[in-house]
Ligand binder design. Structure first.
Ligand code: AMP
Length: 281
């Protein structure tokens, strides 16, 4: 495995690989790798001859009062894990190489980006779309692999790929969870032991929705949202940011569950730590 830090070097290598007829899969990450990321890398392997994992804490997707400065960074540990996951290249650029002085462009998918996470984190998805498009141009993948953990991100990026005619296959894998249901996240390391215990409330709330829909045939989204809220608000230290049941295609609120087109999404704060989770119905 090779670790490349220079944008121009990564571009040269990717272009040479494409010229040699190799299929490239890209896994964009912000590092602090966990088993969810490693699962993406293994999935990428199934789609390509060459797997590139990018590790870049993208300043453009963090708001002014968010955790950019303290986001966990450990490139030595990450490259070791990536190597075990049979990645061929780790691309870990510097911010000044990705956004040199005078950088101006941005890409956005406005309608889908203003809802859910976008409402709580204005500008977040513009930063995500811009960096991912840059990574696509630099790494030249035919396939890009993401997690459903960030469902809105995947749906927005898929729209960007469609709208801009990018010749890239978008693949998403299911959320990888700890044994107690907590979705794996690089931000879980911020949690105190008490918060870590409480943090299972996101997965418990989503499980409860599945139970109500499947066992009790409750399809009314108002009732289901109330159940989610009560699970979160009865958990010590948990502060609900949002819990919504929306269409997967447009993130529009639903009155009743639409089978195959429903996304249940929530964001919960534990002190300064903000966690998200979702499920599809
Ligand atoms: P991040 O490093 O948090 O920006 O995430 C990089 C990629 O890993 C994104 O496509 C995420 O959706 C995906 N990801 C993060 N956590 C998980 C998880 N628990 N299960 C599956 N994919 C995940």
């Amino acid at each position: 495995m090779e670790v490349l830090k220079s944008v121009s070097e990564m571009m040269k290598r990717a272009q040479a690989l494409r010229a040699a007829g190799k299929r490239i899969a890209l896994v964009p990450t912000m590092g602090a790798l966990h088993d969810g990321h490693l699962r993406l890398m293994m999935t990428a392997r199934q789609h390509a001859d060459v797997v590139i994992a990018s590790i870049f804490v993208n300043p453009a997707q963090f708001g002014p009062n968010e955790d950019f400065e303290r986001y966990p960074r450990d490139l030595a540990r990450d490259t070791n894990l990536a190597e075990h996951a049979k990645v061929d290249f780790v691309f870990a650029p510097e911010a000044k190489d990705m956004y040199p002085a005078g950088f101006q462009a941005s890409v956005s998918v406005p309608y889908l980006s203003d809802k859910l996470e976008g409402k709580s984190r204005p500008g977040h998805f513009r930063g995500v779309c811009t960096v991912v498009l840059k990574l696509f141009n630099i790494c030249q993948p035919q396939t890009a692999v993401f997690g459903w953990k960030d469902a809105q991100q995947f749906i927005i990026l898929s729209q960007m790929v469609k709208d801009l005619n990018l010749p890239i296959k978008m693949v998403a894998i299911p959320t990888v969870r700890e044994s107690d249901g907590l979705a794996m996240s690089s931000r879980n390391v911020y949690l105190t032991p008490e918060q870590r215990q409480s943090a299972t409330c996101l997965a418990r709330a989503l499980k409860r929705v599945h139970f109500y829909v499947k066992q009790q045939h409750i399809l009314h989204c108002g009732e289901l949202t109330t159940a989610i809220r009560s699970t979160i608000t009865s958990t010590p230290g948990a502060e609900l940011d949002y819990a919504v049941i929306v269409s997967r295609s447009h993130f529009e609120p639903l009155d009743y569950i639409q089978r195959g087109n429903t996304l249940v999404a929530l964001a919960v704060k534990f002190g300064k730590v903000r966690l998200i989770d979702n499920t599809r119905l």
